[in-house]
Design a binder for this molecule. Structure first.
Ligand code: ADE
Ligand code: ZN
Length: 343
């Protein structure tokens, strides 16, 4: 008999909230440190993993930015992207929309072109090998200032054909979306989609700002929107996709336990929620580990998991016909898993 977790894992899905720098596994961190002649402050892979104990977002970010320092060359970014896409494809991910943090690299003297060319070639190689498709989303670090964000958008201009959208990440509290309203307006003029982390640790007001001042097409996390019924109703009415990250929420103490995760409440409120891994190398697993953790919490049914997988395609920045093809594959997979021989 197929367990609920196996059922969820087998569903074709999209991943819409994944920071490529957060997919840097300790093993690859060590290999890249060696290749680039960098001394790490950790003696072993086990020591790195033992350091991944967080009580809030900032604890994680401090370690995450430090880890990214081993990424130096085009080949490093290629290897990072290829490794993620290979791992995601093994989780039945058909399409991934991937964040990258250019400022984390350009502030260390790494050329924007090195980052994007490496990521792009790694993702192309994975598409050829595993059939997984992807888009890149440039994330602005919100703890830095507006001028730095504008400079990043300027640096991205030669590469806009490889960038689907702009995002907003890093330390949320104290850096509200309004700080970047003009940057997002400029990005919209360039034809970029807009997404923002909001309501992960920040209050519902930050979600309102992301909607009204950044004109977001998708909301990253959004957990705390549930504290405001008017906001929740608006998100449902507008069919706003929420890219929810259960294991991340657990590791960063956004929720107390997986049983207390708000996914059930999100679906009951009619929100278009999706399941994503955020920073899988740091939070204990890739997208199917997140689906499995929700399955183990007992709050969701088979039909809920089909809804979640469906939502992941509906929320993707893909042409309607491509989304329809993914949904047809999802329907066929569900019929097969349910033993419908006529399908
Ligand atoms: N950067 C990488 N992961 C993040 C998260 N969960 N929240 C904010 N910024 C991030
Ligand atoms: Zn994130």
């Amino acid at each position: 008999m197929t367990t609920l977790a196996d059922f969820a894992a087998a569903l074709p899905k999209a991943e819409l909230h994944l920071h490529i720098e957060g997919s840097l596994e300790p093993e690859l961190m060590f290999a890249l440190a060696q290749r680039n002649g960098i001394a790490l402050s950790y003696a072993s892979v086990e020591e790195i993993r033992a350091a991944y104990n967080f009580t809030r977002l900032q604890d994680f970010l401090d370690i995450y930015y430090q880890g990214a320092d081993v990424l130096r060359t085009r080949q490093d970014f290629h290897d990072l992207a290829f490794a993620y896409a290979e791992r995601a494809a093994a989780d039945s991910v058909r399409h991934a929309e991937i964040f990258f943090d250019p400022q984390t690299h350009t502030d260390r003297g790494i050329d924007f072109g090195v980052v994007i060319e490496g990521l792009h070639s790694g993702l192309e190689a994975a598409r050829e090998r595993f059939g997984i498709t992807s888009r890149l989303i440039l994330c602005i670090l919100r703890h830095l200032d507006e001028a730095a964000a504008f400079a990043t958008l300027e640096a991205a201009k030669p590469w806009l054909n490889r960038i689907a959208g702009i995002g907003l990440d890093s330390s949320e509290v104290g850096h509200p979306p309004e700080k970047f309203a003009r940057v997002f307006a400029a990005a919209a003029d360039l034809g970029l989609k807009r997404v923002a982390h909001a309501g992960e640790e920040g209050p519902p007001d930050y979600v309102w700002q992301a909607l009204d001042l950044l004109a977001i097409d998708r909301l990253d996390h959004g957990n705390r929107a549930l504290e405001d019924p008017v906001l929740t109703a608006r998100l449902a009415r507008e069919a706003m996709t929420l890219t929810v990250c259960p294991l991340s929420n657990l590791k960063l103490c956004v929720v107390e336990s997986m049983d207390a995760h708000p996914m059930r409440r999100m679906l009951d409120a009619g929100l278009r929620a999706t399941v994503n891994s955020d920073d899988p190398a740091y939070f204990g697993g890739y997208v199917n580990d997140n689906y499995r953790a929700l399955a183990a919490s007992g709050q969701l049914t088979q039909a809920d998991f089909v809804t979640l997988a469906r939502n992941s395609f509906l929320g993707a920045f893909l042409p309607d016909e491509t989304i329809a093809a993914h949904l047809a594959e999802l329907d066929a997979t569900v019929a097969r898993l349910n033993g419908d021989v006529s399908a």
